[in-house]
Write a protein that binds this ligand. Structure first.
Ligand code: HPA
Length: 273
């Protein structure tokens, strides 16, 4: 279990780099959107290797650095590259950077991912506002001794995806003339894609999309009282929906293709936070 001192040591090392800069929004960007870190004005870039106790992300297209600066007039910390359970990290390790940002005074997280569409009304390229999630039968990132410094032992998850931020997203999409889907994101650990039977199970349980990230970070953020806004890019229809196999290349291509639309929406939301 990670002791509180490790979080403090990481935060202290980052304070040495960023001075009195206090991020207002942590951005955890999934496949295809990492480039948004390159749009940050007056950036201070800190590679994960230079931060004590930080892990390095190994997924393709994930740079592995934090970018502090200004985006849409907000002070942001952009994680270019996140950790996944399938890379070998524990859920606790995946949540580590979120808690460090909390110690730096950051009150809010925007989290994005690419995922498989389970809802048959969805199409590849759709953006879904995450209204809730499903993560069943798997270990919690909060497992182990509770760190009271961050939050309570049994945190409420009723309003994890902050309702007023969801409204900001709806309004931003309306103003941009974009269609915004809404739904439940179901977490699967991967790295194998789900089977068609698992996708049918997910649909029966009320999932609209399936993916391999986001939920560990969201739980940790909710536990320490951060507001959360989450978006999913439907990068493919989930297994079994179409008569064709899935591939990581297809996911990346769809994420690239949607990049402009997706980043416009996120910048618009940021401006309104
Ligand atoms: N399943 C799980 N994760 C994913 C998918 C999927 O279909 N597409 C992109 N990430």
């Amino acid at each position: 279990m990670i002791p509180f001192a490790h979080y403090e040591e990481s935060a202290a090392a980052l304070r040495d780099r960023i001075g009195s800069f206090r991020p207002e929004v942590l951005m955890v960007l999934g496949s295809g959107l990492g480039y948004m870190g390159d749009l940050v004005e007056d950036p201070i870039i800190v590679p994960y290797q230079e931060i004590p106790h930080f892990k390095v992300s190994t997924a393709p297209g994930h740079k592995g650095q934090l970018v502090f600066g200004t985006l849409s007039g907000k002070r942001v910390a952009v994680m270019q590259g996140r950790m996944h359970h399938y890379e070998g990290y524990s859920y606790e390790e995946i949540g580590f950077p979120v808690r460090v940002m909390k110690l730096l005074g950051c009150p809010c997280m925007i989290v994005t991912n690419a995922a498989g569409g389970v809802n048959l009304d969805f199409q590849v390229g759709d953006i879904m506002l995450i209204s809730d999630h499903l993560k069943i039968f798997l270990e919690s990132p909060l497992r182990g001794p509770n760190l009271e410094e961050f939050g309570t032992r049994f945190p409420d998850m009723s309003f994890l995806y902050t309702p007023v931020l969801q409204e900001v997203a709806r309004q931003s999409a309306r103003e941009l003339g974009q269609t915004l889907r809404e739904g439940v994101y179901m977490y699967w650990p991967g790295p194998q894609f789900e089977t068609p039977a698992e996708v049918r199970l997910a649909r029966t349980l009320g999932a609209d999309a399936v993916g391999m990230s986001t939920v560990p970070e969201a739980i940790v953020a909710g536990h320490c009282g951060m507001e959360v806004l989450g978006f999913t890019l439907v990068s493919n229809m989930a297994a079994g929906v179409l008569p064709q196999p899935l591939s990581g290349e297809e996911v990346n291509a769809a994420a690239e293709a949607a990049r402009e639309k997706f980043s416009k929406l996120i910048l618009a939301c940021l401006g309104k936070l």
